[in-house]
Design a protein around this ligand. Structure first.
Ligand SMILES: Nc1ncnc2c1ncn2[C@@H]1O[C@H](COP(=O)(O)OP(=O)(O)OP(=O)(O)O)[C@@H](O)[C@H]1O
Length: 328
């Protein structure tokens, strides 16, 4: 059964079309990633699913039932970890978790056990008596998560939970999400960090301008594009007489325009870009890409530093579909 089934959702903020006939299906037990740049409609879609926002057209079913503002029975089965940390400054860590849990669970003894489990889950045992103001950014995020999951929801929304956290807390958050799924939860995870989405999500939707541009497993998405390989070459500064005259011809550029054009004309090359001294060449899958690119650069006397070849990433998928970098 689909835990989430959305059809043809349209949401306008006055003139702005934030969701444009948006469809989404999330199966039970998935970690589903909504990946898109800032303003692409991720938070709006979540707020519609939670019945926190009204919408203009379309339908939303959660757990096979139509979602509505008064469906408290459905809301009880949902957890939300919002983008902005939302905790109460006057309460301690333990009191905060207990407060949010009390919105769903009235039995005190049961709540005490759930709050204890949530504290353990986010590893905040040492900080239970602290007020939020005394916590670092990463610890605050972990408190935010504990408040969202203490009541053991079956469906959990994580809206960019790793923005501005240190790498250690980030890894703890990502592995925590995987554990929640292992315990049976369905997770919707929004992010504009493609590496995280690739790391933990079973399926991903790439969205932009309120529309789904593509969806599938990370591997399916990467196989669906023309790019099969991305070669990145660090160019070293010009030296030697030929190189010096070359740098005269194109002051400031690590590689003259005609060399870039020669690369573009190679078979299987789909795109060439130069940022500072980093040359990136996207190619269709083919056996000789690297040999051809290096031969072309050597013929132009380029001095080469570090060279890497990598399969495409979700950023390449986004770039090929939209013509823009995910992090524009
Ligand atoms: N309350 C609002 N009033 C008017 N416009 C809004 C409102 N909330 C969001 N928008 C606009 O709707 C569009 C979608 O925003 P949304 O916050 O859903 O995107 P997002 O993908 O979640 O982005 P972010 O990663 O920045 O949160 C954006 O253009 C945004 O400016």
């Amino acid at each position: 059964m689909d835990v989430i089934a959305i059809e043809g959702l349209v949401k306008r903020y006055d003139e702005l079309l934030a969701l444009d006939h948006f469809d989404l299906n999330v199966a039970q037990g998935e970690i589903f990633g909504l990946l898109g740049p800032n303003g692409s409609g991720k938070t709006t879609s979540i707020n519609c699913m939670l019945a926190l926002l009204t919408y203009d057209r379309g339908s939303i079913e959660l757990f096979g039932e139509p979602m509505a503002p008064t469906r408290y029975d459905l809301k009880r089965r949902i957890g939300i970890v919002p983008q902005q940390v939302a905790v109460i400054d006057e309460l301690t860590v333990r009191e905060n978790i207990d407060y949010f849990c009390s919105l769903y669970v009235s039995d005190r003894a049961r709540r005490r056990a759930l709050v204890g489990e949530a504290i353990e889950f986010v590893e905040l045992e040492e900080f239970v008596r602290f007020r939020p103001g005394k916590l670092s950014g990463g610890l605050l995020r972990r408190l935010n998560i504990a408040c969202g999951i203490a009541h053991k929801p079956e469906l959990i929304f994580f809206d960019e939970p790793t923005v501005a956290v240190d790498p250690q807390s980030r890894n703890a958050i990502l592995s925590g999400i995987q554990r929640l799924r292992a315990e049976g939860a369905t997770v919707v995870y929004t992010s504009h960090y493609m590496e995280e989405v690739e790391q933990i999500c079973d399926r991903v939707m790439i969205m932009d301008h309120g529309r789904a541009l593509a969806q599938g497993t990370p591997d399916e998405l990467k196989r669906s594009i023309r790019t099969g390989e991305r070669i990145v070459i660090e160019l070293e500064g010009p030296s030697g007489p030929r190189a010096r005259s070359r740098s005269h011809a194109s002051p400031g550029a690590a590689l003259p325009a005609r060399e870039l054009d020669r690369l573009r004309a190679l078979p299987h090359v789909l795109g060439v870009s130069l940022a500072g001294n980093l040359l990136a060449v996207s190619c269709e899958a083919s056996e000789h890409n690297l040999t051809d690119v290096l031969a072309s650069l050597r013929a132009g006397n380029a001095r080469l530093g570090r060279i890497t070849c990598a399969p495409p990433t979700l950023n390449d998928v986004f770039l090929e579909i939209t013509g823009r970098e995910l992090r524009d």
